[in-house]
Design a protein around this ligand. Structure first.
Ligand SMILES: [Zn+2]
Length: 69
């Protein structure tokens, strides 16, 4: 079935048994497990940006408490 290629955003082909993902537009050729990790990794890079923003206020308290003497 057709899925979106995580590399070039063109149509990639997922085998019916979910064993392999191949893209004809780029050299993508990986197992479905690797594909899921690849997509999750790309999405986590995006959410890291939001995470850094949130932790910039939260992280403030965690280190400073230890410095009280
Ligand atoms: Zn591709």
């Amino acid at each position: 079935m057709k899925i979106k290629c995580p590399k070039c955003k063109e149509d990639a082909d997922l085998a019916m048994d979910y064993s392999v993902v191949k893209c004809g537009s780029c050299d993508l050729d990986m197992s479905y497990g690797e594909y899921v990790k690849f997509v999750a990794h790309n999405e986590s890079k995006y959410s890291d940006i939001l995470g850094d923003y949130a932790s910039s206020t939260e992280g403030h308290t965690s280190g400073s408490l230890d410095e009280w003497d």
